[in-house]
Design a protein around this ligand. Structure first.
Ligand SMILES: O=C(O)C[C@H]1C=CC(=O)O1
Length: 92
């Protein structure tokens, strides 16, 4: 099942710099692991914002929920999920 997910990160400006760096590093490792596994298909930066637009291909809603809750940056994110259906004019 395909889902578009927008994640906007809101890290506190006064967050401890070491905590900030380790959380971002853990997020990168987790995101790359899911991309290698084929569940995180696209990861795009929303230009000019600390936000990304991602496409996930996961088994079901419960798996998406599990993936999102496990994001190291999850406590600092606003997340919007859009289930995707095939567009009738799409050629791919
Ligand atoms: O930077 C972000 O958009 C947040 C998050 C999503 C993947 C990742 O590595 O960081």
């Amino acid at each position: 099942m395909l889902f578009a997910v927008q994640m906007t990160v809101n890290l506190a400006p006064d967050m401890d710099p070491a905590d900030r760096a380790s959380t971002i590093a853990a997020e990168k490792q987790y995101a790359q692991q899911l991309q290698h596994a084929g569940e995180w298909l696209h990861l795009w930066r929303c230009a000019g914002q600390y936000s990304n637009l991602s496409v996930f291909d996961v088994a079901d809603n419960d798996r998406l929920n599990e993936v999102l809750w496990a994001l190291p940056l999850f406590p600092y994110m606003d997340i919007t999920v859009t289930p995707l259906a095939r567009h009738p004019s799409a050629i791919h």
